[in-house]
Design a protein around this ligand. Structure first.
Ligand code: AMP
Length: 293
């Protein structure tokens, strides 16, 4: 990179757009030149987990697009849609520091104009776990993600392993519907004490924040049991549950040992598995997972 280019990259701020028309305008030259467009969909309240996806996109693609949209249709009626953290000004600073080219932060009416009534029926892998605990969640996710794929037309889209089931839902949808986008799933970014970064960690009080480390410790305990040769999924689940119980986490939506591809729950561990967990710390629902290959 010559020094003028370097200077431009340093000073360039993302172009922030809020409508599909502006988005088409911002992407016109990239599309005409067949430059590689990378998409990072987010709901904002950005942290290092999101930024790791952004860094993958900016390093692997010619043009990076981050979206910020708290999608109402993926929240249940008793969930945290209205109190979900919204930190647009800080988010834009963070994305500028990563040299993101375009930020699409649509108004709700741009995504769901009056009369909008179509939805994607998500694939079978959306049924258990989050699908069971959060009815309609993956319908909302699949619909918004497909819509973002259509309006942005990225060559590559970046998702986090943090939302493991979501990544399987999107991979399957893209395959089933022949969507021409490559899905990249990036590793979960954790706090130094192991807690998976999440916008929802902001809800935790200091004592809850301390308690929340039990979730990743529980998954790590399950993983280490399997690595030591345990093949009974029941025993692994018990090991995970006991770490949660010792930390006083009693409201557990699931602590499961599942096939890493189909998410079928297993009795005997004989192939790569994912340990999946959703539990409440106080009133905050946290999810996390670990792969054991
Ligand atoms: P969200 O804003 O929660 O919808 O997340 C946007 C994207 O960031 C999703 O693909 C998430 O899986 C991903 N993500 C969230 N937290 C993390 C994390 N701790 N590490 C890696 N990716 C993450």
């Amino acid at each position: 990179m010559n020094s003028l280019n370097a200077l431009h990259r340093l000073s360039a701020r993302p172009r922030v757009v809020s409508s599909v028309t502006e988005l088409d305008d911002a992407l016109a030259s990239a599309r005409a030149d067949q430059r590689r467009i990378g998409l990072v969909p987010t709901m904002g309240a950005l942290h290092e987990g999101h930024l790791s996806l952004v860094r993958a996109a900016t390093s692997e693609c010619d043009v990076s697009v981050a979206t910020i949209f708290v999608n109402p249709t993926q929240f249940g009626p008793n969930e945290d849609f209205t109190k979900y953290p919204r930190t647009m000004a800080t988010d834009l600073e963070l994305l500028a520091a990563e040299h993101v080219n375009i930020v699409y932060a649509p108004a709700e009416s741009d995504i769901y104009p009056p009369g909008f009534s179509t939805a994607i029926e998500p694939p079978a892998v959306a049924v258990p776990f989050e699908g069971r605990c959060r009815p309609g969640h993956f319908r909302g996710v699949a619909t918004i993600v497909l819509k973002l794929f259509h309006v942005i037309r990225p060559q590559v889209a970046y998702f986090g392993q943090k939302d493991y089931q979501q990544s399987l839902v999107i991979r399957r949808m893209v395959e089933d519907l022949n969507v021409a986008v490559r899905i990249r799933v990036c590793p979960t970014v954790r706090e130094p004490d192991g807690l998976a970064m999440s916008s929802r960690n902001k809800y935790l009080s200091p004592s809850e924040r301390q308690c929340a480390t039990a979730i990743s410790r529980s998954l790590a305990a399950g993983k280490s049991r399997i690595e030591q040769g345990e093949r009974s999924a029941g025993k692994v689940r018990e090991a995970m549950q006991s770490v949660l119980a010792n930390a006083g986490i009693t409201r557990v939506d699931y602590a499961a040992v599942a096939d890493a591809e189909t998410l079928a729950e297993l009795d005997i561990i004989s192939r790569p598995v994912v340990l999946l967990m959703a539990a409440f710390v106080g009133t905050t629902r946290l999810i996390d997972n670990m792969l054991v290959e």
